[in-house]
Design a protein around this ligand. Sequence first.
Ligand code: IPE
Ligand code: IPE
Ligand code: MG
Length: 251
Amino acid sequence: MSAERAPEGAASDATETASGAVPKHIAIIMDGNGRWAARKGLPRVAGHREGAEAVRRTLKAAVKAGVECLTLYAFSSENWRRSEEEVTDLKGLMRFYLERELDEIAKEGVRLDFIGDPSAFGPELWKKLQAAREQTKDNDRLRLVVALNYGSRAEIAGAARRLAEEVQAGTRNLQDIDEASLDLALQSRGLPELDLLIRTSGEIRLSNFLLWQAAYAELLFVDTLWPDFGEEEFNAAIADFQGRQRRFGGR
Ligand code: IPE
Ligand code: IPE
Ligand code: MG
């Protein structure tokens, strides 16, 4: 995310009123599927299924709003702690969603990408995900990044390891390890700076999501459960962002 980082060049004009500007990069912790299902007396999988519909609505809203990049937290590296049954259901839904939505996603000009380690979901799904990435790689209307088996600490540790290996191999000087080079070693390299991070379902924590990238993001926690999220909530989040004053440490 280094290319458009604000702080250094922003010294003389550190205060930025977001007003009017659509956030370039929005990330969402899509939480609350289980509680949505429980409230309706349904099994958890029904909440995840409805959550997939919310993804569909939100993606359309993001394209319409002119957002450049949307990063969705779909499965954390800690979610393996769930029952085998739930993990299997989630994998099945990912495959189903991909098969059903890929052509539509491609047609809308969406470029699909991933962070995390989705290869852990097995070769069949991993192959489909890679093919989807390949099929959409030239699209430039919106970049959809799905975090699959993602953990921010693992991402940062991996970046540190990569840089250390380069120093060891003699291809990088120790002095060259700084914020910019670490940023470029993360899986999020090349994405615009994160502007807005939303979490649904009323939980107020980051759960190991984009810890580095969120350094100066605006945070928004809403009570809506993810399956109830859609265009209206998405546009309300953008409006909330537009009312904030970003200072980046300035006055
Ligand atoms: C988010 O909903 C989906 C995933 C983490 C995969 P949850 O399944 O966490 O729903 P709650 O938090 O139990 O309501
Ligand atoms: C975070 O939600 C992960 C995703 C939304 C994919 P969790 O429901 O797993 O987070 P915790 O356990 O409440 O922190
Ligand atoms: Mg949850």
